[in-house]
Design a protein around this ligand. Structure first.
Ligand code: ZN
Length: 397
């Protein structure tokens, strides 16, 4: 039982106030990630000569937003509470202080710097070697001639501003994370013939993985490859920990009006493109409510994430990919009259991963439902998406 020894060690290290038995039980399946909202367990500052590193040890992965628009100041908004003190300034950081955040679950850390700085790295790294997840911010001196903190949308979205980062080596093949919607106790929508959305989208996802891997041009990971419930936040976290270059969530919709059919593609927005889109977001975001998870946190996530600079660039890429999906869709696949839509979908909130949600068709429409049950149509849908993926990555090369 060395595993439990490790778990106990972690729990002891962070001086958890929680019931140790519960901690051990949860941590046994996911070492070094603790249940509940994210908390900061420790904060450190290190002067490494060429850079100043600010580290927060977290109980779990969470969202953060950086703002370096003001001179000699970097603001970190983090969805977390804090259990530790803050370290004194070191290197390029004069001091770090806590300001009231937008909500109780949100912290604002303000780093004042001694000179204009350049953000070399900002990311949350997953738990590793018994260490908890950590937020890492590396600040270097700004290149001559740049007055304020050098931060451009591109540099944040790729986390790869010059100089080349050491933390995130670029793998050779793009990583595509496919997300089959719903699963487990959440069947999604139920078709006119009685088919479950969760089963149909999983079948298309597996076919899409097969076709993508067959090209030899991509790596592919799935948020689920079986009938399993996965919370929306965790789907986003999987995309980020896998280092996804593209995230595609697959769903099938349902609507009271029986004559509406066809494929549509959603990107993230705080404002739904129309009332149908708004209702769709409500339906899809309901997934977590099925197991009693807190939805209010997620809706604030969506609002928060939209103000981030990095998200703006990611959203442009998401919209570009969404338009490619529509452009490359197979002639035999019915498409909604205005297929490009946006809504506040919780599963699309990875700030650094271009993400789309594809509604493959309407299970409430008898013909769509019948088509979605056939292998031939699933192959056509997957083929359409492969062409869109090819188009997306060929324009990036
Ligand atoms: Zn769905």
């Amino acid at each position: 039982m060395t595993f439990f020894c490790l778990v106990w060690l972690v729990a002891a290290n962070v001086a958890m106030a929680q019931a140790p038995v519960q901690t051990a039980a949860v941590a046994a399946t996911m070492p070094a990630t603790l249940p509940g909202p994210a908390r900061i367990l420790a904060a450190r500052m290190g002067d490494h000569g060429d850079k100043t590193r600010f580290v927060l040890e977290l109980t779990r992965d969470t969202h953060f937003i950086l703002d370096a628009s003001r001179p000699q100041m970097v603001v970190v908004d983090l969805e977390a509470s804090i259990d530790s003190g803050l370290p004194p300034g070191k290197g390029l950081v004069r001091n770090v202080r806590l300001e009231p955040g937008a909500s109780a679950s949100r912290l604002r850390l303000v780093l004042s710097t001694t000179a204009p700085v350049h953000i070399q790295l900002a990311e949350i790294i997953p738990p590793r070697d018994g260490m908890p997840p950590r937020f890492i911010l590396d600040l270097g001196p700004a290149p001559a001639g740049t007055g304020a903190a050098a931060l451009t949308p591109a540099s944040v979205s790729t986390l790869a501003p010059p100089p080349p980062p050491k933390a995130k080596p670029r793998p050779e093949l793009p990583m595509i994370v496919l997300d089959a919607g719903h699963g487990g106790q959440d069947p999604g929508t139920i078709g006119v013939g009685g088919a479950y959305e969760k089963d149909i989208v999983l079948a298309v996802t597996l076919e899409l993985r097969r076709q993508l891997l067959a090209t030899g041009r991509y790596r592919v990971a799935l948020t689920r490859d079986k009938d399993l419930f996965i919370p929306l936040r965790q789907r986003v976290a999987i995309a980020r920990t896998k280092g996804a270059d593209l995230f595609i969530s697959l769903h099938a919709d349902s609507i009271a009006s029986r004559n509406i059919r066809g494929l549509s593609v959603y990107t993230l927005s705080d404002k739904a493109s129309d009332r149908e889109a708004e209702m769709l977001a409500q339906r899809e975001n309901q997934a977590d409510a099925i197991v009693g998870m807190d939805l209010s946190v997620q809706s604030s996530d969506i609002a928060n994430i939209l103000i981030s600079l990095s998200q703006r660039d990611t959203m442009n890429q998401s919209r570009h990919f969404a338009s490619l999906v529509v452009r490359h869709v197979d002639k035999q696949v019915p498409v909604l009259p205005s297929p490009l839509r946006s809504a506040g979908l919780a599963v699309l909130t990875a700030p650094d991963v271009p993400s789309v949600l594809v509604e493959l068709g309407y299970l409430s429409h008898p013909q769509d439902a019948r088509l979605l049950a056939t292998d031939a149509h699933r192959r056509r849908l997957a083929g359409s998406l492969v062409r869109a993926v090819d188009g997306y990555f060929s324009s990036q090369r």
